[in-house]
Design a protein around this ligand. Sequence first.
Ligand code: SF4
Length: 67
Amino acid sequence: MKVAVDQGRCVGAGMCAMTAGEVFEQQEADGLVALRMTEPPEHLRDHVEEAEQLCPSRAITVAPTAP
Ligand code: SF4
């Protein structure tokens, strides 16, 4: 799976970092989302998809990795 974030949409709510801290973090300077990795391992899928759904500004996109 591939994960992308749009910092232009992020409002710094922090739901992603609380839900899947292995993948998402908030930048110290402005609180906006930053990715720790762009292709998380499959065992993190549930958390990543939950973060995608919880994000209030729809700033997270999860796509399957191309074969
Ligand atoms: S949950 Fe969404 S709005 Fe909140 S920090 Fe993460 S990407 Fe930004």
